[in-house]
Design a protein around this ligand. Sequence first.
Ligand SMILES: Nc1nc2c(ncn2[C@@H]2O[C@H](COP(=O)(O)OP(=O)(O)O)[C@@H](O)[C@H]2O)c(=O)[nH]1
Ligand SMILES: [Mg+2]
Length: 228
Amino acid sequence: MPAQRFSIVVVGDGAVGKSAMTLRFLRDQYDPTIEDSYCKHIEVDGQEVTLDIIDTAGQNEYRGHWNDQFMRSGDGFICVYSITSMGSFQELVGFRNQIWRAKESEYVPIMIAGNKSDLAGEREVGTEVGREFAELSNALYTETSAKTGFNIHEMVNELVREIVRARQREGLAEMQEESHETSTMDETVSSMPVSVTMGYVKSPTPPAPLEMEKELGGSEERCCCTIM
Ligand SMILES: Nc1nc2c(ncn2[C@@H]2O[C@H](COP(=O)(O)OP(=O)(O)O)[C@@H](O)[C@H]2O)c(=O)[nH]1
Ligand SMILES: [Mg+2]
C-alpha cells in the first residue's frame, strides 16, 4: 500500500510545550524556541505514514473565521495543556469547539495531551480530570513530557491509528450511501474487510449527539485511550 499522508495540527495555550513536543517527536531534540510546520515519515503497525505536523504559534493567532479554514485542513489534532497550569487546561474547551466547528463534527481524531508530566510536584490538573474532558470530547488522552520524551512517540502513533479508523468509518459511510439504492446494507458490510466492519460497529454514522450519548452511558470504546 502507498504511504498515507496525514496532517496533524498542534494547538494549545502559549508555553504549554507545543514546540518542544513537536521537536521531540521529529528529531528527539528539546529546543522549544523553534516554531514551524514539519514533515516526517513513520511506520505505524507496518504501514508507512507521512505526517505534516503544524505547530501553531499561540491561541490568538488561531482563533476566528480564518482559522476555521486552517483547522479544516487537519486530519488529526493534538490539544496540549500543561499539567502545571489549570488555565491552559481550561483553554482547551475553546480549541476543541473550534476544531468541531471547523470540521462540522463532534467526532474528530483529537488527542488531549497533558504535557510537562515530569513536573509532578507542580501539578494543577489531575489525570482523571484530563481523562474526563477527553471522554466528553470523544478524544484520546495521554500525559507527556517533551522534556524527557515520555509518551511523545506513543501519542502520535495512537493519533495516527485514530485517524485511520476515522477514515475507514467515513469510507464505509460513503459506500453505504452509494450502495443504498442498489444493494442492502448487509451486503455492503459483509463485503468490507473485517477491520472496516469493526470500525463501523464501534462508531455508527451519523453519530449520536453528545448529550444523548452521555444519557446512554456512552458508546466510548474508541474514545478514551491512555498511553502510559
Ligand atoms: N519541565 C518541562 N518543561 C517543558 C516541557 N515542554 C516544554 N517545556 C518548557 O515550557 C516552555 C514553553 O515551551 P514551548 O515549547 O515553547 O511552548 P509552546 O508555546 O506551547 O510552543 C519552555 O521553557 C520549555 O522548556 C516539558 O515537558 N517539561
Ligand atoms: Mg511554540
